[in-house]
Design a binder for this molecule. Structure first.
Ligand code: BTN
Length: 335
């Protein structure tokens, strides 16, 4: 199968490519290759800064620069981080400059029922979505906003542990890039020292007896500035501030994450979640701790005991072991 790759070739993109290095670029330097006047560039940059929520400085008599340099995503560099087997199983790769949500985008493209292996990446999400209806703060060009559409012949019920398996795949990918110590909070939050570094949003549709369509969205905080950080409603951290996390090339990171997720999609089809129960436990950030599980008004308290072979959470509640499945559950350490 040969992969279809689509990228943005707009004027905005060309300007951003020039500015990405964080150096000063004169109005002339920017204007000439793009066929604009110097006044036109100024107007365009102001507009760009507004639309993408970017900090572009105008330095009198010198030019313009981005307050923070960026590594924009580039298809060739992404593909270089993937194995031949992964490349062969991808059908499309879309690199968008701006989108409401990469998950929403994949869900609204009208793909045929058996389409699989479609990757959507964006530099900026204007309406990034988290679990439980939360927002996912998605500033331009810094973090990872990645969604993959995958087709399974299996019924949705057989995919119950998939989101946990994908969380584990992300952890293993980070470890292979030299970032140890990231743990899991059921079902699929990634935490470093109790602060969230990444999360997965899985959307599953399917017939009762199969097939099923998955849209798996992954957000990883790689660099969040203070202003955007204030808008995040839970404790967070970014890769730049944890050991081993600074200095990983963004394209390599994203390429390795795609590799890990696709490999896991394929392994899961053959073996399911059961072989991962123990390894999931070994990364469980709440194992053995007293926790609260909330669903709407209802709260359950117990000692966290990992997960079972379907990925359900196990709690010991007053001497009895109970299991809880996904959906509207959230987990909190007891005070
Ligand atoms: C969570 O932990 O609440 C899940 C966060 C998932 C965020 C990613 S970013 C890419 C994809 N597009 C979205 O709108 N959400 C997911």
């Amino acid at each position: 199968m040969s992969m279809r790759i689509s990228t943005t070739s707009s004027l905005d993109y060309s300007l951003l490519r020039h500015l990405a290095d964080g150096e000063i670029h004169s109005g002339e330097q920017l204007a000439e290759p793009l066929g604009l006047t110097r006044a036109g560039i100024w107007k365009r940059l102001k507009d760009l800064a507004g639309r993408f929520d970017l900090q572009i400085e105008a330095l009198p008599a010198r030019g313009y620069r981005l307050r923070h340099s960026l590594e924009l995503l580039e298809p060739e560099r992404l593909l270089r981080a993937m194995s031949p087997a992964t490349l062969a199983s991808l059908s499309e790769l879309h690199l968008l400059l701006q989108v409401d949500s990469t998950n929403t985008w994949l869900g609204t493209q009208g793909y045929a029922a058996d389409t699989s292996g479609v990757v959507c990446l964006a530099e900026h999400q204007t309406a990034g979505r988290g679990r439980l209806g939360r927002r996912w703060i998605s500033p331009f060009g810094a973090n990872v906003y990645l969604s993959i559409l995958w087709h399974y012949d299996l019924p949705p019920v057989a995919l119950s542990g998939l989101s946990l398996a994908l969380g584990l795949a992300v952890i293993q990918s980070l470890e292979s890039l030299g970032v140890p110590g990231v743990g899991l909070k059921w079902p699929n939050d990634l935490l470093w020292q109790g602060r969230k570094i990444a999360g997965l949003l899985l959307e599953v549709k399917g017939e009762f007896a199969g097939p099923s369509r998955i849209i798996a969205g992954l957000g990883v905080n790689t660099r969040i500035d203070a202003a955007h950080g204030e808008a995040i409603e839970q404790a967070w951290v970014d890769l730049e501030h944890i050991p081993g996390g600074a200095g990983i090339a963004r394209n390599q990171l994203v390429g390795c994450l795609i590799e890990a997720l696709v490999t896991e999609f394929q392994r899961f089809a053959r073996e399911g979640f059961a072989p991962l129960v123990e390894v999931w436990r070994s990364h469980d950030a709440y194992l053995g701790q007293r926790v609260q599980l909330s669903r709407g008004e209802h709260l359950v308290e117990g000692i966290e005991q990992g997960v079972n072979e379907s990925g359900a959470l196990l709690l010991e509640c007053e001497g009895e072991r109970r299991s809880f499945v996904g959906g509207e559950l959230s987990l909190r350490k007891c005070p």
